[in-house]
Write a protein that binds this ligand. Structure first.
Ligand code: KIV
Ligand code: ZN
Length: 388
């Protein structure tokens, strides 16, 4: 079976750090960059060096530290931005300059008060200029999601001719539907001269909750790099979640895509980013939320205890979680009570279980969850003693 590699481009330290309140000092950025590299991220977007002296210093320090991953710095299609990005990347083993410009009508008219011809020229000049400083230049067509496909194809062609190695097709405003975004990538694959010589990249925002679905649609239609962040943090409603894309590709083996991510590091890395950025992960977040492997209803608990795969499609160990969590609540049944009691040394007979369950359910009704201490109290109140 031949699998195709999808490169993971992590922008937690750039798009993720743009979130209000998530600004990080250099030391913290280095800690995250080191972890991302250890986890197997292929490209780390370290920052936007022209934006501030602090960001410049962080990109420079990450460039000095990181040896295996490529280090990328953002710039606008502006010469001074590119010069400063190149300077910050000077010591990187594998530097990449990321430059680009808005391509949708609304960006061209309202942001630049310009026209398509001028955007084509600026795209060409920016990539040509960046290639003087780096062999690896990624071009982004900002708001590609709302850019008419035929013009987007023209921009991509110009960028390729000027020397771009990667083309980023961002759905900057998170507007596209998966079908539409997938078709956009397919259209570019079929209509852009030289596209076979570059990597197409997806960069999706989550304004309609579709960032991950759109990224996957892009991959299915020919993209081979996905831009994403840990926990999906990013501007507004965030970016595509790294952990979601990686696990979708892993769990759906039939599509034969692979990444370099050591998935067992996902949960710890998620926690590290959440702690450092002060952005807690919602409990029901896919893959890394605290409830992602927790089961509280009696029917589900009974199934999980009999055979884990009845209600879990991911082995928790694959993402660094010790085991599935059987949470005792007023919705739990006898199977879960017996299971949790056994875990703390009480092997209950059928009679004991029937008796203690009636008591348990009354206590559980007054609590959100029944923790280990509560359970011990319940068992002892019923005159039970540990059997092991
Ligand atoms: O969302 C976007 O368009 C971006 C670009 C700057 C790559 O983040
Ligand atoms: Zn973005």
């Amino acid at each position: 079976m031949t699998t195709e590699k999808v490169e993971i481009f992590d922008t937690t330290l750039r798009d993720g750090e743009q979130v209000p309140g998530c600004k990080l000092e250099k030391r913290k950025k280095l800690e995250i960059a080191e972890r991302l590299e250890a986890m197997g991220v292929d490209i780390i977007e370290a920052g936007f060096p022209i934006s501030s002296p602090g960001d410049f210093a962080s990109v420079k320090a990450i460039s000095e530290l990181i040896k295996n991953a490529k280090v990328c710095a953002l710039s606008r299609a502006v010469e001074q931005d590119i010069i400063v990005a190149a300077e910050a990347l000077k010591d990187a083993v594998q530097p990449r300059i990321h430059t680009g410009i808005g391509t949708s009508d609304i960006h061209i008219k309202r942001k630049f008060n310009s026209n398509q011809q001028n955007v084509l020229e600026r795209a060409k000049n920016a990539v040509t200029f960046a290639r003087n400083y780096a062999a690896d230049v990624e071009f982004y067509a900002e708001d590609a999601g709302r850019t008419e496909n035929s013009f987007l194809a023209q921009v991509c062609e110009v960028a390729i001719k000027a020397g771009a190695t990667v083309l980023n097709i961002p759905d900057t405003t998170g507007y596209c539907l998966p079908e539409e975004y997938g078709q956009k990538i397919k259209y570019l694959k079929e209509h852009v001269k030289g596209i076979e010589n570059v990597i197409l990249s997806v960069h999706c925002h989550n304004d309609l909750g579709l960032a991950t679905a759109n990224s996957i649609a892009g991959i299915m239609n020919g993209a081979r790099q996905v831009e994403c962040t840990m926990n999906g943090i990013g501007e507004r409603a965030g970016n595509t979640s790294l952990e979601e894309v990686v696990m979708i590709l892993k769990q759906h083996e039939q599509y034969q895509f692979d990444t370099n991510i050591k998935t067992q590091m996902l949960c710890d890395t998620s926690q590290l980013v959440a702690d450092i950025m002060g952005m807690p992960v919602q409990a029901n977040k896919a893959i890394v939320g605290s409830n992602a492997f927790a089961h509280s209803s009696g029917i589900h608990q009974d199934g999980i205890i009999k055979h884990r795969e009845t209600y879990e499609i991911i082995n928790p160990a694959d993402v660094g979680v010790n085991e599935s969590n059987i949470v005792l609540t007023a919705r739990s049944g006898r199977a879960a009570l017996a299971y949790r009691a056994k875990q703390i040394g009480f092997n209950l007979s059928k009679l004991e279980l029937d008796q203690v369950y009636q008591y348990f359910i009354k206590v559980a009704d007054s609590l959100k969850t029944v923790n280990e201490k509560d359970l011990l109290g319940i068992l002892k109140a019923n005159g039970l003693k540990p059997t092991t």
